[in-house]
Write a protein that binds this ligand. Structure first.
Ligand SMILES: Cc1cc2nc3c(=O)[nH]c(=O)nc-3n(C[C@H](O)[C@H](O)[C@H](O)COP(=O)(O)OP(=O)(O)OC[C@H]3O[C@@H](n4cnc5c(N)ncnc54)[C@H](O)[C@@H]3O)c2cc1C
Ligand code: FES
Length: 246
C-alpha cells in the first residue's frame, strides 16, 4: 500500500537518530515495517521499523547511516513522505500470556520492540555503545515492568552486553518468551541461549532490501536450509528457523 504521508512531528533523539511522526491510515502490527522513499537521488526505498502507532499517527525512528537516511533526516514537519506499508510479518504474541516476555534490543534494533511492548507486558533489556547513545529509556519505562540498560563502555547502566543481562535474567525461571532485534552477533547469541534453555524466541532480522515486497530476492536469508525473503516471510522469524552460519 502506497501512502503519501504528512510529517507532523520531527524530534532528534541523539546525535544521529531522528524520530518522525506521520499521518498514516493503515493500522500496523508490532514487528511490521515501512519502506520509505528518502528523497532526490536515492532511487531505492529504505526499510524502517514501525516504532509506534496510535489513532492514525505512525512513529518511526532511524539512525543516519548513509545517503538514504541522510536525505530522510533533511525532511521537516509539514513535508510529505512516500511510504509503502505496513509490510512484512510481525511478532507472534501468542506465547506472551503464559509468563514473562522479555524484549532485547541492540542500538537501532530497539524501535520495533517499543511497539511490541505497548501491546504485551514485557521487561526490556536495551543495549547501546555509550551513555550518549542511550535513547527511549523513558518510553520503555512507561510501558515495561522493568528496563535494564547496558552500555559497551560501562558509561551508563550495566557494563557489558545485553546477552549477559539476558542470561542472568533467564536464570530466574519465569521467562517464557524472548523477542529480539539488533546486530547479527547479538541475535546469534540470543538464538543460542534461548535454544539451550528451551525458551520461545523470535528475532526481527535487518537485511539490505530492494523492493520490500517479495519481488527481487535481495533480502534472502537461510532458514532451515531454504532461502526465505526477509521482507515477505519476515522480518520476524522464530529463532529456531534462522541459520546464522550459512
Ligand atoms: C526490516 C528492517 C527494519 C529496519 N528498521 C530500522 C529502524 O527502525 N531504524 C533504523 O535506523 N534502521 C532500520 N533499519 C536499517 C535501515 O534500513 C538502514 O540503516 C538503511 O537502509 C540504510 O540506508 P542508507 O541509505 O542511509 O545507508 P546505505 O548507504 O545504504 O548504507 C550505510 C551503511 O548501513 C548498512 N546497511 C544498509 N542497510 C542495512 C540494513 N538493512 N541492515 C543493516 N545494515 C544496513 C550498510 O552496509 C552500510 O554500512 C531496518 C532495516 C530492515 C531490513
Ligand atoms: S527486498 Fe525484494 S524480495 Fe525482499
Amino acid at each position: 500500500m502506497k501512502n503519501i504521508c504528512k510529517i507532523i512531528k520531527k524530534t532528534q533523539l541523539c546525535k544521529e537518530v531522528f524520530d518522525f511522526e506521520v499521518e498514516f491510515s493503515h493500522r500496523p502490527l508490532p514487528g511490521q515495517f515501512i519502506h520509505v522513499l528518502c528523497g532526490d537521488g536515492v532511487f531505492l526505498r529504505r526499510p524502517i521499523s514501525i516504532c509506534d502507532y496510535n489513532e492514525g499517527i505512525l512513529r518511526f525512528s532511524f539512525a543516519v547511516r548513509g545517503e538514504g537516511t541522510k536525505r530522510l533526516a533533511n525532511h521537516n514537519e509539514g513535508d510529505m513522505l512516500d511510504i509503502l506499508g505496513p509490510l512484512g510479518r510481525g511478532f507472534d504474541t501468542g506465547k506472551s500470556g503464559e509468563g514473562t516476555a522479555v524484549v532485547v534490543g541492540g542500538g537501532i534494533g530497539i524501535f520495533p520492540l517499543y511497539f511490541l511492548s505497548k501491546r504485551i507486558k514485557t521487561e526490556a533489556i536495551l543495549g547501546f555503545r555509550t551513555k550518549d547513545a542511550v535513547i527511549m529509556e523513558d518510553d520503555f519505562k512507561s510501558v515495561c515492568s522493568a528496563v535494564h540498560i547496558a552500555t559497551d563502555d560501562g558509561s551508563y547502566g550495566f557494563h557489558g552486553l545485553v546477552t549477559d543481562v539476558l542470561q542472568g535474567r533467564l536464570e530466574k525461571a519465569d521467562v517464557t518468551s524472548v523477542y529480539a532485534c539488533g546486530p547479527m552477533p547479538m541475535m546469534k547469541e540470543i538464538k543460542r541461549i534461548t535454544e539451550d534453555m528451551g525458551i520461545f524466541c523470535q528475532l526481527s532480522l535487518e537485511q539490505r532490501m530492494g523492493c520490500g515486497i517479495g519481488a527481487c530476492s535481495v533480502c534472502v536469508c537461510k532458514s532451515k536450509g531454504e532461502y526465505k525473503k526477509v521482507c515477505q516471510n519476515g522480518p520476524v522469524f522464530n529463532a529456531r528457523e534462522v541459520d546464522f552460519d550459512e
